[in-house]
Design a protein around this ligand. Structure first.
Ligand code: GLN
Length: 525
């Protein structure tokens, strides 16, 4: 039997509902429960795959190739479970399913409406995610009061009636602003958003108060009184230095004990695994500086998994990683001269390409550790072709379809693709690592599985000539047809991968490439 926790947000967005949901999930997992987390997003895109990172931050890719909300990245980093297509449902997906069914004649005779058809489809998709879990946490995107979010809240309300109150909990995350001029924390926005929630028929059981500062007992009491929530269910969630501290902060206030009590689970007084990680994070002295050269740097969420993977690599090496965000459209070498390593991440479209190529050129020549991910790897090949092999005008056909040297080219299967949503090379694929290469040494095994999200590939016509100039193809698809990893022989650490290793890095399983990259940067300290 599955128990449900619905997480809603109030007052404003960007409160870190994803991290809060993942933190609660991880505490319950530490209680020995099987936990799953699902994100419901109220927008009409079928998935976030076609959205600009400026709009919505990074698109997170799962093993099964779903393009999802970045919160799924937090879920995977916090709990021991692979997310799948079922873990992220958008309003677009719900409507798409309902309208498709209507066209197929699935509702013959009926007038298809939000209530009951859309709500029923939401409930069906929520139930689909409960498989093999004792607790399913459902995070509802957006803010209570948004018109778009209503069907999801109504579905949650109906489920609580159908399943019974002892199987469903509502957690409301709200904002408690600290008004500096008054020197006071203000509870009014919380009162209003809970009122809004009640108007929809949902009474929260737990209130998580996000704030710049710790919420004192007196304010907790006030919130408890005005929202009809027990005082010990009003949880303080102040800004913290490290997101991996959030579960500990919640645990100190007894949230896991509280949830166990409501659901009738035995509570075990276990030591949290997060203590160790947070202790290392807080005690490290040394700092490694990495330049992240990308075009979406104005919204840091665009590179969420990469910045987390760098942190994990830092924890594994006992150092703090400081990211210098370098806008590839405004490239200046001076910044790169000050850092210990350079990372060029994935991306789409031509803007900022030249800046990334210059950064890679500098990384190659200065012998600073340089890491290219997806587009970053493709550009390593372009830079190498132009500046080492003398292939003038070499490019990816993504940016110059008529280039005389298409060292990166569109995959054969991709040439016939017309629809852009969900049609890239997506999800987990095997990669075979060649003996005697850095990559093989870093991973310590022959076959690895990594996640992909791209349409273009290294053009095999150029493989031999690249090798002659000192490029090593250290990882290939097992049939040898696709280039997955490259490295340079005469460079301490110049590695590019066609896949996205950042999606598989977790605080307790830091990705080997990130661990090795940070370790190489440390040598430059
Ligand atoms: N734009 C490139 C491609 O489609 C790289 C994609 C990426 O970096 N994720 O192949």
């Amino acid at each position: 039997m599955t128990y449900y926790i619905f997480v809603t947000g109030g007052v404003l967005s960007s409160l870190g509902k994803g991290v809060a949901s993942a933190s609660i999930a991880s505490l319950l997992e530490e209680q020995g429960l099987k936990v799953n987390i699902q994100k419901l997003d109220p927008y009409l895109n079928v998935d976030p795959g076609t959205m600009s990172p400026y709009q919505h931050g990074e698109v997170y890719v799962t093993e099964d190739g779903a393009e999802t909300d970045l919160d799924l990245g937090h879920y995977e980093r916090f709990i021991n479970r692979h997310m799948t297509k079922k873990n992220n449902v958008t309003a677009g997906r719900v409507y798409y399913n309902v309208i498709r069914r209507e066209r197929e004649g699935g509702y013959l005779g009926a007038t298809v409406q939000v209530i009951p058809h859309i709500i029923d489809e939401i409930k069906r998709l929520i139930k689909e995610a409960e498989e093999d879990s004792d607790v399913l946490i459902v995070e509802i995107g957006g803010t209570v009061g948004d018109i778009e979010g209503l069907p999801f809240l109504e579905a949650a309300r109906q489920l609580s009636v159908e399943l019974g109150k002892d199987r469903v909990l509502f957690v409301h995350i709200t904002y408690v602003p600290f008004v500096k001029t008054a020197g006071e924390l203000k509870t009014k926005p919380t009162q209003h958003s809970v009122k809004e929630l009640r108007a929809i028929g949902i009474q929260p059981d737990i209130i998580l108060c996000r704030s710049e500062v710790e919420i004192p007992e007196s304010i907790k009491e006030k919130i408890a009184l005005f929202t009809s929530v027990k005082k010990d269910a009003v949880i303080s969630a102040p800004d913290l230095e490290c997101i991996y501290e959030v579960p500990l902060h919640f645990k100190e206030q007894g949230i896991d004990r509280l949830i166990s009590k409501v659901f009738g689970f035995d509570y075990k007084n276990v030591k949290s695994k997060w203590e160790g990680i947070v202790h290392i994070f807080k005690s490290v002295q040394k700092e490694v500086r990495i330049a992240l050269v990308g075009k979406y740097v104005s919204l840091k969420d665009s590179y969420k998994s990469i910045s987390e993977a760098l942190t994990h690599g830092g924890i594994a090496n006992g150092v703090r990683v400081k990211i210098e965000w370098v806008n590839s459209e405004d490239y200046h070498q001076e910044v790169l001269e000050q850092v210990h390593g350079i990372l060029v991440p994935g991306g789409f479209g031509e803007r900022g390409i030249e800046g990334k190529l210059k950064a890679l050129s500098y990384g190659r020549q200065s012998k600073k550790p340089t890491f290219g991910i997806c587009l970053g790897m493709q550009l390593m090949c372009v830079e190498f072709a132009r500046n080492v092999m003398g292939l003038e005008g070499a490019n990816s056909t993504e940016f110059d379809p008529l280039t005389p040297h298409p060292v990166i080219d569109i995959m054969e299967e991709q040439k016939h693709v017309r629809e852009l949503g969900g049609t890239m090379r997506l999800g987990s694929y095997p990669c075979k690592l060649m003996e005697g290469t850095k990559a093989r040494e870093i991973y310590g095994k022959e076959i690895v599985y990594e996640r992909h999200r791209h349409r273009y590939e290294f053009n095999n016509r150029y493989r031999e000539s690249f090798e002659r100039f000192g490029m090593v193809f250290s990882g290939l698809s097992p049939d040898g047809k696709l280039v997955e990893l490259i490295e340079l022989k005469d460079h301490p650490w110049y590695i590019g991968c066609q896949f996205h290793p950042e999606f598989k890095s977790k605080p307790f399983q830091p990705h080997p490439l990130f661990v090795s990259f940070i370790s190489a940067c440390l040598q430059a300290l």
